[in-house]
Design a protein. Sequence first.
Length: 297
Amino acid sequence: MPELAEVETVARGLRPLVGRRILGVRFGKTDFIADPRRLASLLPGTRLVTVSRRGKLLLIELEREAAAAKERGEGLWLLIHLGMTGQLVLREPSEPSAPHTHVWFSLDDGRELRYVDIRRFGRMRLATAEELAAIVAPLGADPLEVSEEEFRRRLGASRARVKSILLDQGVLRGLGNIYADESLWRARIHPLRRGAELSGEELARLWRAIRSVAREAIRLRGTSVSDYVDANGRPGSYQKRLRVYRRAGQPCKRCGRAIERIVVAGRGSHFCPQCQPAHRARANRRGAGKRKKPLGS
């Protein structure tokens, strides 16, 4: 599933379209679109104002003509979640449409923005400012924006497994299986450790690892291990840097021990048993035992 780095890469690839107008829209299958008639009615004539990311959600801000805006209310956003196999790519109208293309947005520069999705687990809808606020309200902090102090508070107060916490979009928005595994390996933390059991130094190490991994993945335009491509149809290259994800049985790049795979929160999780021990050192456990347990634990 496209995660923070992939959605950010697509958003950056679409930002040169700011100022362009959508002339028309046509659909193939629409079972993943909330109210396709609303899209068909309101999108033509709108101008792209901003393209941004909120977690794994792509946000395209639209400006309507003055008369239409006055009639229907100000503020409109096109929200796109790529799901597992969604692609949003720019193409010339003369280029054949890829199989499983379901939406064609005609732009005023003659090109088409096409949405392709083999499994149709993605989502697309229009939202007003009020609707957008309600949709993004449950999302947690952005891993690239959260402070170290806030990160420690969010993870250190939880008794959940650290891998589960990282996948919880209400805690940190945008992380998924790939970058959670890679960050835990870089921070030398076992995915089954509990957030409340992690030391302050371990939490700081994980905070730095997540930011480092995310920034590197964005620089390399994301990870293409399945269907992901950027807005120009090009695959990312971070898959060449993967250290544990989908490498079960292969030697760890750091110590040579075979990478193992377990299931955490219903997701396959990859780790090195040597670099990421299941428990902290004995001395650290003794120190942790002296801390008072929180009420209700």
